[in-house]
Design a protein around this ligand. Structure first.
Ligand SMILES: [Zn+2]
Ligand SMILES: [Zn+2]
Length: 390
């Protein structure tokens, strides 16, 4: 029987910690120790062990019944058979992977929370730790890409460089040195599981757990492949051309099937998701396929009417301002907005009229305006005398 572990110490909380405190501590540690957030292989290995330990501690301390049992009997109560959940034992804590988050072990955690920290910098792999039985699908990968407003509108091609797991070409993914073959595990006879019998104060209990010698695969690689050290996969960077379709919007993703991490033991590859972040435009705002801009029009043109030059995503255009146009009026140019991503036409451009007030006028201009105001029956402030008489 393994030595009893101090789950409270692992999570860094006191023995009388509340559920909330335990949850908080776990989230923090899980983020810090996420294997895919680590830089090098050694740190990753270390983080994996720690990550597993944290999850083990949390799965017990977050469950009222288990926590009470743990407080009485220590961490071995699980193996001794007090856990009380069918199917729990065969998983043990040895084969933890993401599926644990989604059910299985009943851990209540927001997956996005953890992924967020990993993906944050632009690129991250899913967590593919140690589920060793049979083929495993490769992790989906996410790449965050910045594109300009115009690139989103009209589409473009961009080359990205991603680092991902690829099947080792030396051993073809088997992990065994070419010319050698994995042999059947002698501890579990190739079954990948072993029966464990334990004597406890409550009696003798028998449970099935993953074979620790072969990690559940049922096979042992005696002569590992030199290229991949027996893992069957290697980290490789690859350049991929990404076609950005015209009309794509902020936050939308382009998915590339099978361009994620390679699967293990013949499992299929994950997918690659390129998520676009559309940079803002100095003039236009976008909503769906329509775009919006303000246009400044001189006072006189608003009053008398006329043509006004306006920007579009392509060459400049003109709108007709009728006599007596009010500030805030909206003018539309049809079919000059963002092309529909499904190829069905384009959105519109809407211009909101703002007024362009001249900051400086000469005496003559002011004088004429005053006369105008007078004709309109408006009262206008007369400047101080000395100035006027000059
Ligand atoms: Zn290899
Ligand atoms: Zn085995």
């Amino acid at each position: 029987m393994a030595e009893s572990k101090d789950y409270y110490k692992i999570l860094g909380v006191s023995k009388d910690a509340t559920d909330e405190q335990i949850k908080k501590a776990f989230r923090k540690l899980a983020k810090e120790n996420h294997p895919d957030a680590q830089q090098d292989e050694a740190a990753k290995k270390q983080a994996e062990v720690k990550f597993k330990e944290i999850n083990e501690a949390y799965s017990v301390l977050s469950d009222k019944t288990k926590r009470a049992q743990y407080d009485r009997f220590g961490s071995n109560f699980e193996q001794a058979g007090f856990g009380g959940q069918g199917g729990y034992y065969s998983n043990g804590f040895g084969g933890f992977d993401f599926s644990g988050f989604n059910g299985g072990m009943g851990i209540d955690i927001d997956l996005d929370d953890i992924l967020g920290s990993v993906f944050g910098g632009g690129f991250g792999g899913g967590f593919n730790s140690s589920k060793k039985q049979g083929p495993t699908k490769g992790a989906d990968l996410r790449y965050n890409m910045n594109i300009t407003f115009e690139e989103a509108a009209f589409g473009t091609t961009k080359q990205i460089n991603i680092t991902r797991n690829e099947k080792c070409s030396t051993c073809g993914g088997s992990g065994a040195k070419p010319g050698t073959n994995p042999v059947t595990c002698d501890k579990c006879n190739g079954r990948g599981k072993i029966q464990v019998t334990q004597n406890t104060i409550m009696g003798t209990f028998s449970s099935v757990k993953t074979c620790d010698k072969c990690g559940g695969s049922g096979k042992i690689i005696q002569t590992p492949c030199d290229t991949c050290s027996g893992k069957g996969i290697i980290r490789k960077s690859k350049k991929i051309d990404i076609n950005i379709p015209a009309g794509i919007d902020n936050g939308q993703a382009i998915s590339l099937r099978g361009e994620g991490d390679a699967g293990k033991k013949g499992g299929i590859s994950g997918d690659l998701f390129v998520v676009v972040n559309v940079l803002s435009h100095p003039i236009f705002k976008r909503k769906g396929y329509d775009i919006y801009a303000d246009v400044k029009v001189p006072y006189t043109k608003l009053v008398l009417g006329g043509k006004v030059k306006v920007p579009t995503l392509e060459e400049d255009s003109e709108i007709n301002i009728p006599e007596g146009t009010q500030v805030g009026s909206v003018f539309k140019i049809k079919d000059k907005g963002i092309p529909n991503i499904h190829g069905k036409g384009r959105g519109n451009i809407e211009y909101t009229v703002k007024i362009d007030i001249p900051k400086r006028l000469n005496d003559k201009q002011k004088d004429i305006l005053r006369q105008f105001a007078d004709l309109m029956g408006e009262e206008v402030k007369i400047p101080k005398k000395g100035f006027w008489s000059k």
